[in-house]
Design a protein around this ligand. Sequence first.
Ligand code: FAD
Length: 468
Amino acid sequence: PNTDSQCQVLVLGSGPGGYTAAFRAADLGLDVVMVERYPQIGGVCLNVGCIPSKALLHAGEVLHEAERFAALGIKFGEPEIDLDGLRGYKDKTVKKLTGGLKQLAKQRKVRVVQGVGEFTGAHSIAVEGDDGREVIGFEHAIISVGSQAVKLPGFPWDDHRVMDSTDALDLADIPERMLVVGGGIIGLEMACVYESLGTKVTVVELSDTLMPGADRDIVRPFEKRAKKRFENIFLKSKVAGAEATEQGIVCRFEGEAKGLPEEDTFDRVLVAVGRSPNGAKINAEAAGVQVSERGFIEVDSQQRTNVGHIFAIGDVVGQPMLAHKATHEGKVAAEVIAGHKVHFDARAIPSVAYTHPEVAWMGVTEEQAKADGIEYTRGVFPWAASGRAIALGAEDGMTKLLFDAEGRVIGAGLVGPSAGDLIGEAMLALEMGAEMEDIGLTVHPHPTLSETVAFAAEAAHGSITDIL
Ligand code: FAD
């Protein structure tokens, strides 16, 4: 009655969670409206997250490879970096995908409404856009409003030299010296990008390890290379204050790291200390949806909020804030709305740092297994014994599989080129309840990095004989 239009499913936010849910719901015959604040759909992941960062990391990897060419008997001149060209490559990559998404929405007759959406009731949302205000009524809603970078207080955020990940991806210049605050995946990926372009990068991390959450042995090869390539890595340390001056951003440090200066000046500072959910910004109270103090929306295993016909997915429902978690949750929400009896029951969600080298892990980590007293067998295959890894110059890589007492896969960690692709096999093994023999006895193509997964299983089984 008080609405301008009506739909069966309203999806708020067009990130990987939102568009997956919208497309799935449309494929199941539902009439779908997707609301997005920005003109470009695709959310953080496509526009300012996963995809642009991977485009830049690829360029960085090419530069690293070029450095090694002399060892391969190939000589090139000094690389020349055309920032406009590089930015163009990144933008083109993003555009191909967001353009494709637009097409997919059109094909499925998903109506995309541009504007900021806010609940006005349990069955309506008001969208404030360039073309005015539209109140859309819905039978079901899926909240997929994602998250945004935490703006750590104490930094002069009004100065363009202080950046979040979105600013860093803009690639305004190649700073001479950059400080990365936060040694998690996002901070380290951007550190690798800038380092490969020639910036002297310092990383400061509060905890006692880079990539907290992954096993130390898996992170070590990355750490070793980072120590060589970055100007400094300060663990167990933090920035206690920062000030913009003409010379740069002056940061005061506090902590236990060896050689930690009291203060230092940087041309740019990237703050990558985590992301906070957008749940508190959509007037969810009007619909009766509960939002936690931090802005998360709690859901059950069917992605349902405390209000039966309203669902939530992706970063806004909690950790891990990863695109592949959001897409899977999106499918579940759409299917539940269409009447299917499904729920989100992934046994593990893989994490990948697309750094140089790549680091990937999933399931139970060894450190967690030890802490929780889980009985496990470990199979490790060092890539120094893989013909393919040697040919690629990736001898410092490693594949590790963890098995439970019955010999079933419970976790995996990999480091080296394509670690993120290789973890897929371990994921399938985990979901299928595969045992070490299943992996070890599967014929893997030679010489590939995928063999290292089979060899790690054989190592755990004790059946490895002639690995070369
Ligand atoms: P989002 O992608 O955050 O999308 C939410 C959308 O909702 C946004 O487009 C936003 O504009 C819109 N929105 C919010 N509020 C409103 C409103 N009120 N009205 C209308 N629209 C609204 N994950 C990976 O898995 N792999 C990676 O390699 C990876 N790399 C990353 C690199 C960076 C630099 C960053 C920042 C993140 C990265 N992530 C990565 C995380 C990934 O981007 C997120 O997990 C994912 O985008 C979450 O999807 P989502 O659908 O929940 O929300």
